[in-house]
Ligand binder design. Structure first.
Ligand code: GUN
Ligand code: ZN
Length: 433
């Protein structure tokens, strides 16, 4: 029997890229007080709130609340919940002092299972229903993450992290074993349910040339898997890469030389790239995950979204927890606004929310499945309170137009605004009463 669900709220999504303008009527679809209709886990349509669906529909009334597609976090580290909010270091010291020791624990399957469940439930509680995730170097950590994602029916891209040098004992693999593990994981998990494999060299410094080449061979052998890594995040890191790979024109060029520049390549950060790098990214159809919270917290620098997109490179938004300090994409966006403001750029609510939903889905080539509320897509959505607490309530109340209202929601909100999170039509998180 068909399962029918109807949720009443202010529906909000973004059919098109709104550009950088506040005036973008075709890009913004706002349906105040409407029913979202869901059949067998897929969106079936919408109708005005006054026209309740008949018998046979499970109706949930969230009148006065906001309903958006689930957010897509395009770069985040599952095991780093244990090091989120760690004091006083930049990237390379942060990795050695906090992150690598914490990731060693994921050799233990029980720990990987516990951590994956905590992590995915925390994403859902933050209003994020899809993510590109780094587990650890351990095969069991990828297995545990995939299994936890499958259990929740979540759209997760991930892969065993590749790192065979410049990391402590217990956190390195080797080329031959890593290749066997990746092939096995791809064969068993890629395309199973909503899980996709991403070849995941941590960054060029922790892989030998041989390992990067192996990763490139995997991308060629399995052209529909993703590739995710870090690039040009921190100035000391960039200098170190130049020492490690003197033959490369730039940090990004290391990845190009090893076959890791594909249309499905997701590069986190990209703060210290040059115009040639950006042309390479554009030509390949690869994209950059902008991680503003992380970039400020570990002092990496200010990402120039305007210039990057102006040169034709796709940009999406990511928390990069544990370098970032919140899994909430609203907080991530609020930080992104500030990073752009420091460079004289303005991030509209439309651009930010489009990027964290439909835009990300497009860059991940998943817009047939997620990112908007169009019929036929899977019903991954989140019900939000417009405001939590008297300050936000007042600000929302006095807003003079929709952009002002949504901008205030987006800037003042966080996971406390999440009322419930739905994945393929199933409620996977509900805020405690
Ligand atoms: N570069 C290499 N590894 C990492 C990581 O775990 N986090 C961040 N932010 N950058 C990295
Ligand atoms: Zn990262």
């Amino acid at each position: 029997m068909t399962e029918r669900l109807a949720v009443r709220a202010d529906l909000f999504d973004f059919p098109e890229d709104p550009g950088w303008q506040v005036e973008a009527p075709a890009a913004v679809r706002y349906l105040p007080d409407h029913w979202l209709l869901v059949e067998d886990g897929r969106i079936a349509g919408t109708r005005p709130g006054t026209e309740a669906p008949g018998p046979g529909w499970r109706c949930i009334d969230h009148r006065g609340r906001l309903l958006l597609p689930g957010f897509i976090d395009t770069h985040v580290h599952a095991p780093q919940l244990d090091v989120i909010a760690s004091y006083g270091t930049e990237l390379l010291e942060w990795l050695n002092t906090y992150t690598f020791p914490a990731e060693c624990k994921y050799a233990d399957p029980a720990e990987a299972e516990r951590g994956s469940a905590l992590f995915l439930d925390a994403l859902l509680a933050s209003g994020t229903t899809a993510a590109a995730v780094f587990p650890t170097v351990h095969k069991v950590s990828a297995e545990a993450l995939f299994a936890a994602a499958a259990q929740r029916h979540m759209r997760v891209l991930a892969g065993k992290v590749l790192m065979d040098r410049h990391a402590p004992d217990g956190l390195r693999d080797d080329v031959a074993q890593a290749e066997r593990d990746c092939v096995d994981l791809i064969e068993r998990w890629h395309g199973r349910g909503r899980v996709a494999y991403a070849v995941t060299p941590r960054f060029a410094a922790t892989s030998t040339r041989e390992q990067l080449a192996m990763a490139g061979r995997l991308c060629a052998a399995y052209p529909d898997v993703y590739m995710q890594t870090h690039v040009a995040e921190n100035r000391s890191e960039v200098r170190w890469m130049a020492e490690l790979f003197p033959e490369a024109r730039s940090y990004l060029d290391i990845y190009v030389r090893h076959g890791l520049m594909t249309p499905r390549s997701l590069f986190a950060h990209g703060i210290w790239l040059d115009d040639t790098d950006r042309a390479v990214l554009r030509e390949a159809g690869a994209s950059i995950a902008f991680c503003p919270s992380s970039n400020m917290f570990i002092g990496s620098g200010l990402f120039d979204w305007g210039r990057t997109e102006g040169q034709g490179v796709a940009v999406h938004l990511a928390s990069d927890v544990g370098g970032g300090t919140s899994l909430s994409m609203l907080r991530t966006i609020a930080d992104g606004y500030k990073v752009l403001a420091l460079q004289g750029q303005k991030l509209t609510a439309w651009k930010a929310l489009y990027t964290a939903t439909h835009g990300a889905a497009r860059h991940l080539r998943l817009s047939h499945e997620i990112g908007h509320l169009s019929p036929g897509t899977l019903a991954d959505f989140v019900v939000w309170d417009w405001a939590q607490g008297p300050v936000a309530r007042r600000r929302i109340e006095v807003a003079r137009d929709l952009h002002e209202r949504v901008f205030a929601w987006m800037t003042l909100g966080d996971e406390r605004n999440v009322v419930s999170t739905w994945v393929a039509g199933q409620e996977r998180y509900r805020r405690p009463e």
